[in-house]
Ligand binder design. Structure first.
Ligand SMILES: Nc1ncnc2c1ncn2[C@@H]1O[C@H](COP(=O)(O)OP(=O)(O)OP(=O)(O)O)[C@@H](O)[C@H]1O
Length: 423
């Protein structure tokens, strides 16, 4: 094992005490007799994370992800085994953890920095940076109990991020921030990683896990089901979820609910309603032929974002929810073209559509240059039908390029079967 480890778990576990009734905890303490059931939230975790590495944590609800992050953050000691973390750690856990609701934002920021080991001089030095990052304006002087959850996460992330931790631990909390702050936070996390810190990141947004993390761990009922490179682990987890017939958030969760889908507003099957960012997604027709041309026109508002920071991702999905294909301008290395008036446009073209008969729809995302942040999205929009000429094009979902190889046989009339069998 390399000496450069930042996190080391050896048979680590956490067992909670579960009480049938809240008063049982008090009675247990007073009577000195157990009145709880032990619940093993984490068991036998073995993990070594090298300094500078990044680990995503995935798994269903209630499998122990937050418990693991709390243990790594030091707020919940393991009840079994060993959990070691090297260097200054900073954690963004459940929303509002450690905040004093009656204190103002500034007072909470000071307290947060002190809890992370900064002395008075260092706190006063870092405080302006925290406040500038959080961008809360005059609200920082108000008690945090009057804040929205998005404002709370701004302050908590700012405190967690500005101290340049050796180990940064981020739980799902980021998802309550607005789009602007989510992007800012993800960019900051990348910068911290780039400076050599170690990251542990838990999210139900698997796209973000894939993009942010080199490794991932999949937890199941408090145990490690799989540990390895993020792509492999996330793919395996998604396969497992799909196998159970559930939908899994592949990364559009952030943008979910931002705008109505076509079907929900009863719009034309070929065009999606506009929104501030994704102005229009338009199909040139509503029925296509297998091997015929297919194109989608997309227009977006540039806003104040640089051209290089605006990319479009597109997914074709069949009506049984199978994702047929997804690609983006980012992955293809192309940029949208300005049309004037702050509008950018591109057309996604398939010259010979390989899809076979069926009903399909589109998903379109507007993403940034890191590929992590989603500015806007449309889900299950622009429904269309594909018709194939007949069985000669095959059965299934998609026509695959193919050929049949067999020895050349020259057959004479009347000797078809004998000759073919002799071969
Ligand atoms: N303080 C506690 N006392 C008893 N049981 C707890 C306590 N905290 C969590 N648990 C239980 O431990 C298990 C793991 O909880 P945890 O919050 O770590 O799951 P999670 O994977 O983060 O879930 P989610 O994705 O829903 O946030 C759950 O069954 C939960 O009910």
């Amino acid at each position: 094992m390399s000496a450069d480890w930042a996190i080391r778990l050896q048979q680590a576990g956490v067992t909670y005490r579960r009480y049938a009734h809240p008063r049982d905890a008090l009675l247990e303490w007073v009577l000195r007799r157990p009145r709880h059931q032990p619940f093993h939230a984490l068991q036998g975790l073995e993990l070594v994370l090298q300094a500078g590495d990044s680990l995503g944590v995935v798994g269903d609800n209630g499998v122990g992800k937050s418990t693991l992050l709390k243990m790594l953050a030091g707020t919940l000691p393991p009840t079994a085994g060993v959990c070691e973390v090297r260097g200054r750690r900073s954690a963004l856990l459940e929303l509002g953890t450690g905040l004093q609701p009656e204190f103002s934002g500034v007072e909470n920021a000071r307290m947060g920095l002190a809890l992370r080991g900064l002395d008075h001089t260092a706190i006063e030095c870092k405080l302006p940076e925290v406040l500038a990052f959080a961008e809360l304006g005059e609200f920082v002087h108000q008690p945090v109990k009057t804040w929205s959850s998005g404002m709370v996460v701004r302050l908590v992330f700012a405190v967690a991020a500005v101290i340049e931790p050796a180990v940064l631990i981020v739980d799902e909390a980021l998802s309550v921030g607005d789009q602007y702050f989510q992007k800012k936070s993800l960019d900051r996390m990348r910068a911290i990683l780039g400076n050599g810190a170690t990251l542990v990141f838990c999210s139900h947004n698997l796209y973000q896990i894939r993009e942010m993390c080199r490794q991932a761990v999949w937890l199941e009922q408090g145990r490690v089901r799989m540990l390895g490179d993020a792509q492999t682990v996330v793919d395996a987890y998604q396969d497992n979820v799909r196998g159970r017939g559930n939908n899994v958030d592949e990364g559009r969760g952030q943008a979910r609910g931002l705008a109505p889908t076509c079907s929900s507003v009863g719009a034309s099957p070929r065009a999606c309603p506009s929104s501030p960012f994704l102005r229009s997604v338009t199909l040139n027709r509503d029925t296509y032929q297998t091997h015929g041309p297919f194109s989608v026109s997309i227009r977006v508002a540039q806003g104040d974002r640089p051209l290089a920071d605006i990319h479009v991702g597109i997914v074709i999905r069949r009506n049984d929810d199978i994702q047929c294909y997804g690609i983006s301008t980012l992955h293809d290395g192309v940029y949208m073209q300005p049309l004037g008036d702050g509008v950018l446009a591109t057309t996604f073209v398939i010259d010979r559509l390989p899809l076979l008969s069926g009903e399909y729809c589109l998903e379109v995302w507007l993403i940034d240059a890191s590929g992590v942040h989603v500015y806007d999205s449309r889900e299950r929009c622009c429904h269309f039908r594909v018709q194939q000429a007949g069985q000669q094009q095959g059965v299934g979902m998609v026509w695959l390029p193919h050929r049949w190889e067999s020895p050349t046989v020259t057959l004479q009339a009347g000797e078809v079967r004998e000759h073919a069998l002799a071969e």
